[in-house]
Write a protein that binds this ligand. Structure first.
Ligand SMILES: [Zn+2]
Ligand SMILES: [Zn+2]
Length: 369
C-alpha cells in the first residue's frame, strides 16, 4: 500500500476520539512491514508506537501524529476534518523510511496518539507505563494549516498554539405549567444573562496586550413544549488564552459570574470544566532544527509573529520534554480545519515525510554532539 492509498483508506474509516480501534489495527499492520526495533500497541487505549534504531546510544526523538477524527457537524458518525488521516500517512511514510535506514545513533519513536481532539490523549499517553519505558528526550509534530501556501513550513519559537478549556454551566429551577410560570422558576433569564456576561468577560478582564476569548458554543433550555415552563438550562463555552494561568483566571471569573447570576435568580447551579488544553510552547533549539532541515531541503519557511488561536494537546509533551509543533501550509484556498468541506491535500504527504525525516536527522546529529 502506498502512503497516498493509506491516507485515503484512513480517510474512509474515521473514528472518534478514544474509539480508534480499526485505525490502530490498520496502522499496526502497516508498521509491522516497516521492521521497527519495537512495536508497542494499546498505549492509552488505541495508541501505537514504533521504535527505530537504538543500536548505539543517543537521543530518543519522538515524532507524534494523531489517530482521531471529529464528530460530523450534521449528524451521527465521524469525519477526518482536521487532517489527522494525512498526519498518520505522513508518519507512516516516515516509519517506512526509518525502517529501511534506521538512525545510526539513538532512536526515533513514531507515536500514533489517540484522542487528540478532546484534549485527553497526550496526558493519557504520558501516564501510560509502556510509554514511560520509551520516554523520549524530545518531541516533534506537524499540523497541516489551510490558508497558507501549499508546503510552506510555518515556524514559531515560544507559544505556538493557545491554551483552552471548556466550561459547562447547568442551571436548575422548578418546572410548572406554562400558564403559571410564577409557580415555578424558569432559568431562561439567567441563561440569557450568562450567555451575554460570558461573551463580555474578555472585554473587562483581559488587557489590551493580552489575549483572551470566551466563546459560547452551546446553550439549551427546557423541552420543545409550549405547555411547560422549564426547570433546566445549560450553557457551554470555551475559554482561550496564551497561557494556562490566564485560562484559569478567566475560568474562575466565568464561574463566579455564573454562580452569582444563578443565585440572583434563586437557581441551583453546577459549573464544570472539560477538555483542558495547555498552550503549546515550542523550544527555540528544536524550532531552529526544523528551520535548518527546511533549508537543507530547499523548502520555504514562514516565521510567524503570533501564535495560533486553536489548541493542540501536543503541548502536554512539550511541557515534559523540549518540543516543537510546526505548521505545514495546506493551500490558501483549502477549506478551514474542522470545516464541513475540509479535506487533507495529498500533495503534502511527500513534503511532510521529507521535512520530518530531515528534522530527525538534524536533531540526531545535534544530539550526538
Ligand atoms: Zn482538530
Ligand atoms: Zn488536528
Amino acid at each position: 500500500m502506498t502512503i497516498t492509498e493509506l491516507r485515503r483508506t484512513l480517510h474512509s474509516m474515521p473514528e472518534l476520539s478514544g474509539a480508534e480501534a480499526r485505525t490502530a489495527a490498520l496502522l499496526k499492520g502497516f508498521l509491522e512491514t516497516t521492521g521497527p526495533s519495537r512495536l508497542i500497541p494499546d498505549i492509552a487505549g488505541h495508541g501505537i508506537a514504533a521504535l527505530y534504531g537504538g543500536g548505539r546510544p543517543g537521543p530518543v526523538i519522538m515524532v507524534r501524529c494523531e489517530l482521531d477524527a471529529l464528530p460530523r457537524p450534521d449528524g451521527p458518525g465521524a469525519y477526518h476534518g482536521c487532517g489527522h488521516d494525512g498526519h498518520m500517512a505522513i508518519a507512516a511514510g516516515l516509519a517506512e523510511r526509518l525502517g529501511s535506514s534506521p538512525p545510526e545513533r539513538g532512536s526515533v519513536l513514531v507515536l500514533f496518539q489517540p484522542a487528540e481532539e478532546t484534549g485527553a490523549g497526550a496526558a493519557l499517553v504520558l501516564a501510560d507505563r509502556r510509554f514511560a519505558a520509551v520516554m523520549p528526550d524530545m518531541a516533534v509534530a506537524l499540523h497541516n494549516i489551510p490558508g497558507f501556501p501549499m508546503g510552506r513550513i510555518l515556524l514559531k519559537a515560544g507559544v505556538f498554539a493557545a491554551a483552552s478549556t471548556g466550561i459547562t454551566v447547568r442551571l436548575r429551577g422548578t418546572r410548572s405549567h406554562a400558564g403559571e410560570p410564577h409557580k415555578g422558576n424558569n432559568p431562561a433569564m439567567a441563561m440569557a444573562q450568562i450567555i451575554q456576561t460570558f461573551s463580555a468577560v474578555p472585554q473587562f478582564s483581559t488587557g489590551l496586550n493580552q489575549f483572551g476569548k470566551v466563546t459560547v458554543v452551546h446553550a439549551g433550555l427546557g423541552a420543545r413544549a409550549f405547555g411547560t415552563s422549564p426547570d433546566e438550562a445549560v450553557v457551554m463555552a470555551v475559554i482561550r488564552a496564551l497561557d494556562a494561568g490566564e485560562t484559569d483566571r478567566l475560568y474562575r471569573r466565568c464561574e463566579t459570574l455564573a454562580t452569582g447570576i444563578a443565585a440572583a435568580f434563586d437557581l441551583e447551579v453546577t459549573v464544570e470544566g472539560a477538555e483542558e488544553f495547555p498552550p503549546t510552547v515550542n523550544d527555540a533549539g528544536l524550532t531552529a532544527a526544523v528551520e535548518r532541515a527546511a533549508g537543507n531541503l530547499g523548502m520555504r519557511v514562514l516565521v510567524l509573529d503570533r501564535p495560533f488561536p486553536w489548541s493542540e494537546d501536543f503541548g502536554r509533551f512539550a511541557e515534559r520534554v523540549p518540543g516543537v509543533l510546526f505548521g505545514l501550509g495546506a493551500g490558501e484556498d483549502t477549506a478551514p480545519l474542522h470545516g464541513r468541506d475540509y479535506r487533507f491535500p495529498d500533495e503534502l504527504l511527500q513534503t511532510g515525510t521529507e521535512i520530518l525525516l530531515e528534522t530527525v536527522r538534524v536533531l540526531a546529529r545535534r544530539g550526538s554532539g
